[in-house]
Design a binder for this molecule. Structure first.
Ligand code: FEO
Length: 396
């Protein structure tokens, strides 16, 4: 197999998971990769491992470069099993290796894989001399787990930040200058929105911390997807923009429908919004992928959610959507709610309750229609959309 070098003696030894389409609920229509890196020097270090089902492939890749017994350190930047679950298999061969992790990483690894692991703990600023090369560690708690850590290769300016700056994108190419930039950014956006959005303020602080360290970042080698080598600052800027809540003149409409009434309302609202030149993204939850909806919500100014009433509450699909999106804690948006009902109603009230409890800013009044919307009621839906566009999007 062709050996892939980031630079002299720093190898990509990751694996490509072409077929995965569901990554713990996140839809991965383009698959993913689990990136691991091997640094060969006087001492040899493996940075992260891969998902357990690919452990043989990882072992083969490393074996083509060095005998696994030569591995001195296995750096575990993150305990989550897509990066650590080959560890038990690797240490059967890499018998002399010391595992390197944060204290929380050590605790997590022991809880996952047993108490016999040989783990050395490190903190921000600690360094490990490999020979010509030095690894410096930077703790990154809650980016996105408490144990998370970045590893920086000092002499080459290569940052290995594990999940941060990654994308779920299976590809035979490894570097940003080799792939379609729009697909790369689409997947990076979706990744940030679904994995990192709740940690926006921590991301800003971490990037500021890196800036203060005055360390050159010539390459960012994340643990999923493509390596940023031609322009690593592009993804850092994108993370800053997303974390600071920079938005587009965009409204996302998300709904489900029972007999078509909520659908008619949604379409009329969309027309009202669009009349003002605002970009509308329109999703019927029945046919849409929630992970992609979330990516659109990331930089939208307003989100309009609709549901018919079912048993005095909202549709289960809408409930699931709200559970997911409130957990991601999107900030700085206006949230509007609408729906249809047959007799008692209840969907809109429940949706507003969930949004209020999540601390979302809610547009009032809400909009409800009994049974099937009349022409007048559709006109009200149109105006509802217009007003949201005028008040919150165009001028925002
Ligand atoms: Fe890619 Fe948090 O694991």
């Amino acid at each position: 197999m062709t050996k892939i070098e980031l630079t002299n003696n720093i190898y990509w030894v990751g694996v490509i998971d072409w077929n995965i389409r569901d990554f713990h609920g996140y839809t991965t229509k383009r698959g993913t990769t689990y990136n691991a890196y091997l640094i060969v020097d006087k001492k040899t270090a493996l940075i992260d491992t891969v998902k357990y089902s690919f452990s043989n492939e990882l072992i083969e890749k490393i074996s083509e470069i060095v005998n696994l017994e030569k591995i001195d350190y296995i750096v575990s930047n993150h305990v989550e099993m897509d990066h650590s679950s080959s560890l038990p298999e690797i240490i059967k061969y890499a018998r002399n290796a010391e595992i390197v992790a944060t204290q929380r990483g050590k605790d997590g690894l022991i809880k996952h894989y047993g108490v016999d692991l040989n783990v050395k703990t490190v903190k921000t600023g600690d360094e490990l001399k490999l020979g010509k090369r030095t690894l410096r560690f930077i703790e990154a708690p809650m980016l996105h787990w408490p144990d998370s850590m970045f590893t920086y290769v000092v002499e080459d300016g290569i940052l290995m930040p594990n999940d941060a700056f990654g994308q779920h994108l299976a590809s035979s190419q490894r570097f940003d200058d080799e792939v379609d930039e729009s697909i790369l950014m689409e997947e990076a956006t979706k990744y940030y929105a679904n994995i990192l959005m709740p940690f926006a303020s921590l991301i800003i602080r971490k990037i500021q911390e890196l800036t203060k360290m005055r360390i050159p970042i010539n390459m960012i080698a994340p643990s999923h997807g493509i390596i940023w080598r031609s322009n690593p600052s592009k993804i850092v800027k994108a993370y800053l923009d997303w974390s600071r809540g920079i938005q587009k003149n965009k409204v996302v409409i998300v709904y489900d429908t029972m007999w078509g009434s909520t659908d008619k309302m949604a379409r009329a609202i969309a027309e009202g919004v669009a009349k003002h030149g605002v970009n509308v993204k329109f999703f019927n939850l029945r046919d849409s992928d929630t992970s992609e909806i979330v990516a659109e919500i990331l930089d939208a100014k307003a989100v309009i959610v609709g549901s018919p009433t079912l048993n005095n509450s909202m549709f289960p699909s809408v409930s699931a959507f709200l559970t997911y999106i409130t957990g991601l804690k999107p900030k700085g948006k206006i949230w509007a709610f609408f729906g249809s009902y047959g007799w008692g109603g209840g969907a809109v009230k429940k949706m507003v309750e969930i949004a209020r409890n999540a601390g979302f800013e809610i547009y009032e009044p809400t909009l409800e229609v009994k049974y099937v919307p009349t022409e007048d009621e559709l006109e009200s839906c149109f105006k509802f959309g217009e007003e949201i566009a005028e008040k919150y999007v165009q001028t925002g």
